[in-house]
Ligand binder design. Structure first.
Ligand code: APR
Length: 257
């Protein structure tokens, strides 16, 4: 890493050390180095699939089999990937900072697998199921909802016995979980340093969080190899993969601990 960049890293590490509260928002880019496709890059999911056919309630009601085919494919993909160094670095951050809140748009469960405890999952978690009718949520290991999609069966809710189960993820046009929104907004307004990591920052309300933080006085940092809608507002940008820069920051923090 050239000198200027390491100086920038050191300056950020000093801010991290001094910060009374740090907040991070992650997007699909933080899982890219684990082999999970993003959505809006050239090789992203929305360039191969149509979200209006797969990621909204109308599509599910119209063709639940197609939607389950897609989510079963995504679940199978995610069962084969592991957290990367960026996930582990974020999990370690919480033990190195005075206060750290991790908010993610990702549904891939990789932050939890890397050891992050209190992850705020704005868009849900693909490992869980939810009843489309009674909204009961089922954890991944709930034997009552284990089903083999490949046998063509669609899973029904064991609680209400009427509703179809669906992945517990937020679809386009749906409200985000109220508690996740409340906690995220509070964390963004309270923090004095906000990290926007691996997100194109175009999907609201999540994309509002960096600006809420900055408007509340936080220093805004973006980590993304590409320029995004947020880049012009960020106080500091790292045009690098999160799987490289986050471990560097954590190692510098530990050296100075
Ligand atoms: N490190 C950091 N960022 C990366 C990396 C990497 N190694 N690789 C790619 N990126 C960046 C891309 O440059 C891009 O800006 O990750 C970003 C991913 O953007 P999107 O594909 O738009 O994903 P995201 O921002 O998470 O989308 C938000 O949109 O479709 C919905 O619900 C879905 O949660 C998702 C939301």
């Amino acid at each position: 890493m050239e000198d200027q960049a390491s100086e920038t890293c050191k300056a950020l590490v000093e801010r991290l050390r001094r910060a009374s509260s740090v907040c991070a928002l992650t997007g699909a880019g933080v899982s890219k180095e684990s082999g999970v496709p993003t959505f809006r890059e050239a090789d992203g999911l929305w360039n191969r699939f149509r979200p209006e056919e797969l990621a909204n309630v109308e599509a599910f009601i119209r063709n639940p089999t197609l939607v389950w085919e897609w989510y079963s494919w995504r679940r199978e993909l995610m069962s084969r990937v592991q957290p990367n160094a960026g996930h582990y670095a974020l999990a370690e951050l919480s033990s190195l900072l005075k206060s750290f809140t991790l908010i993610t748009q990702n549904v891939d469960n990789l932050h939890r697998q890397a050891g992050s405890k209190d992850v705020i999952e704005l868009h849900g978690n693909i490992q869980r199921n939810k009843c489309q009718e009674c909204k009961t949520v089922y954890l991944p290991d709930d034997s009552r909802t284990r089903f083999e999609f490949r046998k063509g069966q669609l899973p029904h809710c064991p609680e209400c016995n009427t509703g179809l189960l669906r992945p517990d993820v937020v679809w386009f046009g749906e409200m985000l979980p109220e508690d996740a929104i409340t906690q995220s907004w509070e964390a963004a307004e309270r923090c004095d340093l906000f990290l926007s990591i691996g997100t194109s920052a175009v999907v609201y309300p999540a994309a509002a969080l960096p600006q809420v933080a900055q408007a509340s006085g936080a220093f805004l940092v973006e980590i993304n190899p590409q320029v995004t809608e947020l880049s012009g507002k960020a106080d500091l940008s790292f045009r690098e993969p999160s799987g490289e820069i986050l471990p560097t920051l954590v190692n510098l923090l530990k050296e100075q601990a």
